[in-house]
Design a protein around this ligand. Structure first.
Ligand SMILES: CC(C)(COP(=O)(O)OP(=O)(O)OC[C@H]1O[C@@H](n2cnc3c(N)ncnc32)[C@H](O)[C@@H]1OP(=O)(O)O)[C@@H](O)C(=O)NCCC(=O)NCCS
Length: 404
């Protein structure tokens, strides 16, 4: 194989989309609906060629990520990672990933982020699990909430209306919630608005005329011998207040002719179970990674967030893929609730860790003490992991609602 990487030009877009379809085994049958998203940030897309054949794809989208304390940092959203099956395991992804991380670093993005199809692929490139989600199933017979449904108004809307309402609400929510990734305008058009397979329904929750939440769900399942075996699958539920969240879940549990409500991406600190008279109504079907984070500039990342408890730590971070990069080396972090400072240092390290583990700690998702017990982080000074645990902890579990 004679591998060559080239930044994507518009004449190669069709081959780029086709390679992605070959790799995922999913053709883009409704491609015209995704056109704007496909063409967005095109100058950040890269194609791998074997001779004249386009065999691998990858791209960065320009996104934003909310950190603890409310700072928002630019993030390279790695996406469209694909190598066609005739060329797998010959280093195509490795070359594409080096290109994308260099692109992000050159643009001063302190982190790269992605949502992964498998959990085995990205640690080698320095990505760590930065948010997790529960998959849940609610069996609806019988089900009871402890309290009355909050008094706001629930209203069905069609997608042309919801796609005007939802982005504004989402933007309000994502700025206040750690781990949430921005959704560019073209994402709403290309990824959110197109009708999905199955029956899609959009419902908003309003209080005094102000939208405080929305849910997009689809129904699946059929009538069987005169009995309805329908199921609701929650696609996107975003709420600005706890009562909006409760109202939307309560609504979903009360839709007629439905046996079960399923959701695949519920925040791991969701209060849902504690609103039922029987908390076992919530069946957890999975716990999995959602957002992966790859530090590119340790000090910009660590210095931008705030810390739950005040403290000072020296972190020795190894980054074999980018040994001369800004995430590799020894860093002195001094942080507290009002902010932080971070600089390179020669002081002895309190903790040593790989860059992917720094990615897992950065938002507060994986506790440093747990990473020490797992043998992934080394503690050189007794109590350093516990201090890091108190510092990096967040009030709410980091969560990410955006797949990309
Ligand atoms: C995942 C995928 C892009 C890998 O591409 P590839 O060109 O075969 O990967 P490479 O040959 O560059 O592999 C680089 C390294 O990662 C490893 N690797 C790659 N994909 C892996 C996977 N899915 N699971 C475990 N290891 C993987 C390789 O073994 C190799 O390891 P090494 O450096 O120790 O030898 C490709 O298999 C694919 O397109 N899969 C289907 C689509 C998909 O899932 N894309 C990811 C979307 S998030």
């Amino acid at each position: 194989m004679n591998l060559e990487l080239r930044s994507l030009t518009s004449k190669d877009v069709d081959a780029f989309v086709l390679a992605d379809a070959y790799a995922f085994g999913e053709r883009h049958e409704d491609r015209e609906k995704h056109e704007e998203w496909i063409h967005s940030d095109l100058d950040r897309a890269v194609a791998a060629f074997d001779g004249s054949e386009l065999v691998g794809t990858g791209r960065n989208y320009s996104l934003d990520l909310t950190l603890p304390g409310g700072a928002i940092v630019p993030a390279a959203g790695v996406s469209w990672i694909a190598t066609i099956p005739t060329h797998r395991r010959r280093g195509v992804l490795g070359a594409v990933m080096r290109y994308l991380l260099d692109d992000a670093a050159a643009r001063d993005e302190p982190v790269a982020i992605l949502t992964a199809s498998e959990a085995t692929t990205y640690e080698r490139f320095g990505f760590g699990v930065a948010t997790q989600v529960f998959g849940i199933r609610l069996l609806l017979a019988p089900i009871a909430f402890r309290d009355e449904r909050p008094p706001g108004r629930l209203r069905f809307v069609e997608v042309d209306e919801s796609s005007k309402i939802a982005p504004e609400l989402f933007d309000r929510v994502r700025r206040a919630r750690v781990g949430v990734v921005s959704r560019p305008k073209v994402w709403w058009v290309g990824e959110w608005a197109p009708p999905e397979p199955g029956n899609r329904f959009d419902v908003v929750y309003e209080v005094d005329g102000r939208v405080d939440g929305y849910v997009v769900y689809r129904t699946s399942g059929m009538w069987e011998e005169g009995f309805s075996r329908k199921r609701i699958e929650v696609r996107d539920l975003v709420a600005a207040t706890p009562s909006a969240e409760r109202a939307l879940w309560q609504f979903l549990c009360e839709v007629d002719l439905v046996e079960e409500v399923r959701a695949v991406a519920v925040p791991i600190d969701s209060e849902l179970a504690w609103q039922f008279t029987d908390s076992r109504q919530v069946r957890l079907s999975s716990l999995r990674d959602f957002l992966w984070l790859r530090p590119l500039d340790a000090c910009r990342l660590l210095g931008a967030r705030s810390y739950d408890a005040p403290g000072q730590l020296v972190l020795q971070v190894s980054d074999p893929m980018r040994p001369d990069g800004a995430a590799s080396g020894r860093f002195l972090l001094e942080g507290g609730p009002d902010g932080a400072s971070c600089e390179r240092t020669d002081l002895p390290a309190d903790l040593s860790l790989g860059v992917a583990d720094l990615g897992s700690m950065a938002l507060g998702t994986l506790a440093p003490q747990m990473l020490v017990r797992a043998g992934r982080v080394q503690e050189h000074v007794e109590g350093a992991a516990a201090l890091a645990g108190r510092m990096f902890a967040t009030d709410r579990a980091p969560t990410a609602f955006t797949w990309f």
